[in-house]
Design a protein around this ligand. Structure first.
Ligand code: ADP
Ligand code: MG
Length: 217
């Protein structure tokens, strides 16, 4: 099978994705905060916007030449700039993605999916979330499953990332009736039902901006 250049994510395209994620969480900051005010402490929008602004500022100072260095910089910046649970969790996602990707100048779809899977494993190692706990896991896990299935079926990177984004959005929506079993929202018990999980909402934005970046460039 030939791999077209469209099916490769270079450092520049990965950086475009991170910038698009920053723009989207900044734009949707009020909504993310509103979700977190219902079942948390109303800081998720601020946390994500602050963390990603720090990431883009860091990348403006200089863009690493390899994927491991890029994602390591992202992860370290998120861990150090975000106080909430989401900082270490998203930070771990990117740090593990970097370790899995290695010192390469670009990723194809399978390498991207493998890196994301390693990142999710890191989130689980850190936060112990399982499916249905009403966390970011519930958007990220189905997204990676959909990406794996798409890649196995031989579709383009654009289609694979679109399938992942749609699965993440469905996973986010499926958190609505759930009772939270992890994080701050779990303190509410049954009262956490009837609200979307903020972290699942930001994770769906992460996959949506990935699909948009891939289809745009
Ligand atoms: P905090 O809860 O510290 O205020 P945020 O509001 O920024 O941090 O992030 C809350 C989100 O973090 C939740 O909506 C949930 O998706 C995610 N989260 C919290 N705890 C965990 C965990 N143990 N595993 C996975 N995700 C978690
Ligand atoms: Mg919060």
């Amino acid at each position: 099978m030939t791999i077209m250049s469209d099916d490769i994510l270079t450092i520049d395209r990965l950086a475009d994705w991170l910038e698009a994620f920053e723009a989207a969480v900044t734009e949707q900051r009020a909504w993310l905060t509103e979700l977190d005010s219902a079942i948390g402490d109303a800081d998720h929008g601020a946390n994500m916007a602050r963390g990603m602004a720090a990431v883009t500022a860091k990348l403006e100072q200089g863009r690493p030449a390899t994927v491991d260095e890029l994602f390591k910089a992202v992860g370290m910046t998120l861990v150090s700039s975000v106080g909430g649970a989401s900082g270490p969790l998203y930070g771990t996602l990117f740090l593990r993605m970097g370790m899995a990707a290695g010192a390469v100048p670009s990723l194809d779809g399978s390498a991207l999916a493998a890196a994301l899977r390693a990142g999710l494993d890191g989130i689980v190692a850190r936060g112990k979330a399982e499916a249905g706990d009403k966390t970011m896991f519930d958007a990220i896990a189905p997204a990676i499953d959909a990406m794996d299935a798409s890649i196995a079926a031989g579709v383009s990177l654009a289609d694979a990332t679109r399938a992942a984004a749609d699965a993440a959005a469905a996973g986010r929506d499926a958190t609505l009736p759930l009772v939270a079993r992890k994080g701050r929202a779990s303190y509410l018990g049954e009262r956490s039902a009837g609200h979307l999980d903020p972290g699942a909402a930001s994770a769906a934005i992460l996959f949506e901006t990935l699909a948009e970046t891939v289809s745009r460039t």
